[in-house]
Write a protein that binds this ligand. Structure first.
Ligand code: CA
Length: 223
């Protein structure tokens, strides 16, 4: 299990890395928000320990962007202030838990175990909707027993919709997740990819799973 520590206090990073190593976790570290975000996007970590007060990009921004990108790696936020506000903002930004500095290592380990347990129950590797199955470990999609080949963008689009099943997903949220936050469409890319995806998973004779929500965006599931 690998944990990314995003924290600008080098001494604290050092203490955390050593303590986590003793508990059999591997660690990686980043000393500012931008570097942290880059690493979290590039590598597949099991957990991120994220300080709020960081140079270049604060922890709240980092967490918000990760979630917009569809990256759901569990995040434990570190807050120095310990004010209610900080905690609420952190959790709203998509953090799974928080710790108030200074904290003891045993408290940190307990939080890590709790967050990992929750992750197992809330984020399955295999999701099914009707006769559609997405296996995130094998990276395959099957509908009515038939294997469906998807491009990376189509896969990401389907994955994002499934993570928000039943929700009317706005165009902006989808574009942010499938491309990147702030991506500007030049040729209706989202519609084009939704059309391709529909052609593949909602072929004729099958119950349509992807729905257009006028003036909003798209959703997957029963309407
Ligand atoms: Ca800091």
């Amino acid at each position: 299990m690998t944990i990314l520590i995003i924290e600008d206090e080098i001494k604290l990073v050092d203490i955390l890395s050593r303590a986590l190593k003793v508990e059999q976790y591997s660690t990686d570290s980043a000393f500012d928000g931008e570097e942290g975000l880059k690493k979290a996007m590039k590598n597949d970590y099991d957990l991120i320990i994220l300080d709020i007060m960081l140079p270049k990009k604060d922890g709240i921004q980092v967490c918000t962007e990760l979630r917009l990108l569809g990256i759901h790696t569990p995040v434990i936020m570190l807050t120095a202030k310990g004010t209610i506000d900080d905690r609420v903002i952190g959790l709203n930004a998509g953090a799974d838990d928080y710790l108030i500095k200074p904290f003891g290592m045993n408290e940190l380990f307990a939080r890590i175990r709790a967050v990992m347990r929750r992750k197992k129950t809330t984020e399955p590797d295999i999701v099914a909707m009707d006769d559609l199955i997405m296996d995130r470990v094998k990276h395959v999609v099957v509908r009515a027993g038939k294997h469906i080949e998807l491009t990376p963008k189509e896969y990401k689009l389907l994955d994002t919709l499934l993570r928000h099943r039943g929700e009317a997903m706005s165009r902006k949220k989808l574009v942010d997740s499938v491309w990147n936050p702030g991506f500007k469409e030049v040729g209706n890319e989202l519609n084009v990819h939704v059309r391709y995806l529909r052609r593949k998973i909602d072929s004729k004779g099958q119950k349509p799973l992807i729905h257009t929500i006028r003036g909003v965006g798209f959703s997957i599931g029963d309407r």
